[in-house]
Design a protein around this ligand. Sequence first.
Ligand code: Z5A
Length: 209
Amino acid sequence: MIRRGFFISLEGAEGVGKSTNLEFIRNILEDNGQKVIVTREPGGTPLAEDIRQLLLTNRDEAMDVHTETLLMFAARAQHARTVIEPLVRRGDTVLCDRFTHSTYAYQGGGRGVLIRELEFLAQFAHSNLWPDLTIYLDAPVDQAFARIRDREQDRIEQSGREFFERVRHKYLEMAKKDSRISVVDANQELSAVQDDLRSLLGSFLSEQE
Ligand code: Z5A
């Protein structure tokens, strides 16, 4: 029997530690025999990376929320259909920094786009491809902001504190409703966050055997 690989996404607001923990998660998966490809959204293919530049670059013309939403899904359709799905189908494990839950949190929770409209676009963009496991790194907005205080902010990062409170609220709401989303407390020492990640991935992998 050819085993299908896993599709795992990592979610959370900026500064919670997604980039910091990606390699750690990759190592755990590889130690458990997975061939792992790490990728990200928006992006993950040359075309989708070009769309990422459009989305994140600061410019004089304000980007309408509908344009922002469609560009997120345009990048995702390309990435999901030409990269993620073929890899998972051939048995590799894809570890993706953000996926559609980001759109539900940022464009839905943050910007106010209706979730049923986003669900329709998600179905169009990537049909039934959804992560087997979504790890949501959660931290209070002020804590996460404090960690990235000195960085230059991209267009979306300039959306303000209230916006990021709504984003966090939407993530937590989704996690309550969907057992495939696991919340990890990112507001602790990195070693404690990584202990939690190790234990979560251990449980996930043993459930798949
Ligand atoms: N976006 C969207 O709106 N809709 C969508 O559908 C998608 C995305 C897919 C790009 O995301 C933007 O697009 C993003 C959401 C939006 N914009 N915003 N705002 P991105 O993933 O490329 O960028 P990001 O979320 O802004 O990533 P980030 O700022 O790099 O955050 P991070 O990766 O979660 O954090 P980090 O770089 O790993 O850690 C930040 C610092 O904290 C660093 O110095 C670490 O050493 C430190 N750190 C990490 N963990 C700890 C702990 N536990 N304790 C202390 N310090 C720590």
